[in-house]
Design a protein around this ligand. Structure first.
Ligand code: ATP
Length: 489
């Protein structure tokens, strides 16, 4: 398992230095597990969003998108089970007062064992943990921590409290409140986007005249009061999800679950990231709503970790919303059931969910793209950092660089800019040597640079430089736009 913390640190520094990701409110020393996307990060993030949104809604005629509010009626979270079940077992160190999620504490310990070459012991500890978690055996988990002498990273002591459950939802109050204890005014920041889809299921089905099977997709912010949040944008308190709920006939869930597993893996590999960077991990302990579930794991710099979840959610959510809202959440299926020769009639649909963290996808893409290259020759030491991003995701598609700031070259470059900027994001720069400008574009992953030189004035050609191979070729100015468009389509 690759566990390259130097590489991870280098990626985090690169993200900051080149305007991809900054710690939130950094001038006040940041806010833990909250991050801001900078000028290139927000472009890359938007391109990932568009790629997901288009593949869901444009490539599937039976999937439509919505954009629901972050605030929802508080009963939503009673019905969904989040008020009662969205808990994680936590343990506090009495000396440092630091709180840990029990599974994270034990996982970090097993990573240490692995780093020390004790793989068998690491596996055994994780297997014990899984078994105890499945039984909610908190006393057993505490014993496991104590027996293995797992200590607090801050105080270095083994002085632990008992294990308790903590709810991960953030809450706030609506309107002007006399008392913040007033339960009527309490609203939650949604911990997942899925419920915004469920409560709109009938609105969309009726207004869009949707026929089962059909899906509703959504991209939006979600909030979780994660206790241990120290893996950069892998685990944040405010993050974004791209979720799709696919509504189906009860009894067909196995078929559709397999369909979406395959479909989602195809989406990932269609970006050109090698298939061996991904693997499925089937859940043994199922969430309260699921009858089958798996993760698509990605090989992040800190090893294989969950990137996306695919869940067969049965009719759990719609049935509960029906019960709590007292409004029927049924669909009338007038297709003929071959077994009875009659329409299938009314039922509460079953649901397959695909749920991917946008920020985790960002981390997957950028960590795979990040490449340090040694370009030294016998004469000269040289190296570069290049982001080998899939061209369609790159923040900038084309850099347009006049060789010098005079002799009419900027004017030609501006003409190319005007021609191309309507079609894709371009970057114009005339400062510094051409070599320095190329390296800056490599560092933000720009797949193409064109250089306008004196020959351009004579024969209307430019040099186009390819980011990954660094090969340069002379092409007519008129072909630049098509060349880039072909690479990003
Ligand atoms: P984990 O086990 O890592 O906490 P989860 O199983 O709770 O994740 P889900 O509830 O299935 O996650 O959420 C779906 C997706 O949302 C995850 O696959 C992940 O990509 C993303 N996600 C969940 N929590 C976070 C977070 N705190 N920060 C960033 N992304 C997250």
């Amino acid at each position: 398992m690759a566990n390259d913390s130097n590489r991870f640190q280098a990626i985090i520094s690169h993200c900051k230095e080149y305007g991809f990701i900054f710690p939130s409110s950094e001038i006040y020393d940041g806010l833990q597990a909250v991050y801001d996307y900078g000028q290139w990060g927000s472009e890359l993030k938007k391109n990932i969003k568009d790629y997901w949104w288009d593949s869901m809604t444009r490539m599937h005629e039976n999937i439509v998108g919505i954009d629901a509010a972050i605030f929802m009626h508080p009963t939503t979270w009673k019905a969904s089970g989040h008020v009662d079940n969205f808990n994680d077992p936590m343990i506090d160190n009495k000396d440092s007062k630091k709180r840990y999620r029990v599974d994270h504490l034990i996982e970090a310990f097993s990573d240490e064992l692995r780093a020390a070459g004790q793989n068998d012991k690491a596996d055994a500890v994780l297997a014990d943990m899984d078994a105890l978690l499945a039984k909610d055996d908190f006393a057993g988990l505490k014993k496991l921590i104590e027996e293995n002498k797992i200590k607090c990273a801050v105080s270095g002591t083994y002085n632990w409290t008992d294990i308790r459950q903590f709810n991960l939802m953030f809450s706030t109050e609506f309107g002007s409140t006399v008392s913040s204890e007033d339960a009527d005014n309490k609203v939650y920041l949604r911990p997942e986007t899925a419920q915004g889809i469920f409560v709109n299921f009938l609105n969309v089905q009726k207004s869009g005249r949707m026929k089962i099977p059909f899906g509703i997709a959504q991209i939006g912010k979600a909030f979780r009061n994660e206790i241990v949040a120290r893996q950069f944008i892998f685990r944040m308190r405010e993050f974004e999800q791209m979720e799709m709920q696919f509504f189906i006939q009860p009894g067909t869930q196995k078929k559709w679950y397999e369909f979406w597993k395959e479909e989602r893996l195809k989406w990932h590999t269609s970006l050109g990231i090698p298939a061996d960077k991904y693997r499925f991990h089937d859940h043994i302990k199922l969430a309260h709503y699921a009858d089958a579930a798996c993760d698509i794991e990605f090989e992040f710099p800190m090893g294989f970790k969950e990137l996306e979840g695919i869940h067969s959610r049965t009719d759990f959510d719609l049935r509960n919303h029906q019960e709590y809202s007292k409004k029927k959440q049924q669909y009338f299926d007038n297709d003929i059931d071959p077994a009875t020769g009659k329409p299938y009639g009314n039922y509460i649909p079953y649901v397959i969910e695909t749920s991917i963290g946008l920020d985790r996808m960002f981390l997957a893409v950028i960590s795979h793209a990040y490449t340090e290259e040694d370009l030294s020759t016998p004469e000269k030491k040289d190296d570069r950092v290049v982001l080998k991003l899939p061209p369609r995701l790159a923040p900038m598609k084309l850099a347009i660089l006049p060789l010098v700031k005079k002799d009419g070259l900027p004017e030609i470059a501006r003409q190319i800019m005007d021609e191309c900027k309507l079609h894709f994001r371009c970057f114009y720069e005339e400062k510094d040597t051409i070599g320095k400008r190329y390296r800056r574009m490599d560092a933000i992953g720009t797949p193409f640079c064109v250089t306008v030189d004196h020959q351009s004035k004579e024969d209307n050609t430019v040099t186009i430089r390819h980011r990954d191979s660094m090969k340069q070729e002379r092409v007519p100015i008129t072909s630049v736009k098509e060349l880039v468009l072909n690479a990003i389509r």
